[in-house]
Design a protein around this ligand. Structure first.
Ligand SMILES: *Cc1c(COP(=O)(O)O)cnc(C)c1O
Length: 224
């Protein structure tokens, strides 16, 4: 783990009032505990099982964010405690989260994930799917979901101009929704964009929340 890099990033983000999600996927609980001990409270995972196992072992005041693609049949496992679900990429998933929230009478905080990258493989809503969601009255259609903003992932490319443009597109979606559909919402305020390789560009484009893994914890080893 790179503590000095963490502290450097942390102070830079603090200055700009940007939230840091420390992405701890594949990393052991000891690494999370070490970062916790120097003050980090928000951690992001992308697998439900791993998220639940770590939440069980680690301090209870950690805010766990689900940042990856979420399968509908797994929502129930994280519904009671998850602090934010970043990757809501379909109306069906949103409805399932609402259903699980209703069962336990908890309003579950989520972000709608927009497809901004120029890659087929990245998950996210397109404009038509977003329109389908906001065609409904949220208080009636999904009262047990709290829509806190948008999330997006830029294309994995060295072309900074392209990445910037994609982040600006997400910001534009956000501004339009904030001024329109969500104009009466106090919850709709987050734009989750930016990872280790592009978080500085994301902040310039208006990110309020970055998700950083490898810069802090080191490269991930998926071979184990
Ligand atoms: C893994 C992951 C990150 C962090 O990636 P790094 O490049 O290690 O910072 C951010 N967001 C999502 C959705 C991820 O899956």
């Amino acid at each position: 783990m790179n503590t000095s890099k963490y502290l450097e990033i942390h102070s830079k983000l603090k200055e700009k009032a940007v939230n840091l999600v420390a992405v701890s996927k594949t990393k052991p609980a000891e690494d999370i505990q070490a970062l916790y001990d120097i003050g980090q409270r928000i951690f992001g995972e992308n697998k439900v099982q791993e998220l639940c196992d770590k939440a069980e072992q680690l301090p209870k005041d950690i805010e766990w964010h689900m940042i990856g693609h979420l399968q509908r049949n797994k929502v129930k496992y994280i519904a009671p405690f998850v602090s934010l679900i970043h990757g809501v990429d379909s109306l069906r998933l949103l409805k399932e989260i609402n259903k699980q929230g209703r069962k336990i009478e908890r309003q579950i905080p989520v972000l709608l994930q927009m497809h901004i990258a120029d890659e087929e493989t990245k998950f996210g809503l397109d404009k038509a799917e977003l329109d389908e969601i906001i065609a409904l009255d949220p208080n009636e259609a999904y009262p047990f979901v709290k829509i806190c903003g948008l999330m997006g992932m830029a294309t994995n490319t060295d072309d900074n101009a392209q990445v910037c443009q994609e982040f600006k597109n997400l910001k534009q979606y956000f501004d339009n929704l904030k001024a329109g559909y969500f104009k009466d919402s106090n919850d709709f305020k987050e734009i989750s964009m930016g990872m280790s390789g592009d978080y500085e560009l994301a902040i310039e484009a208006g990110s309020t929340m970055v998700r950083i893994g490898s810069l802090i914890f080191g490269e991930r080893d998926y071979s184990k």
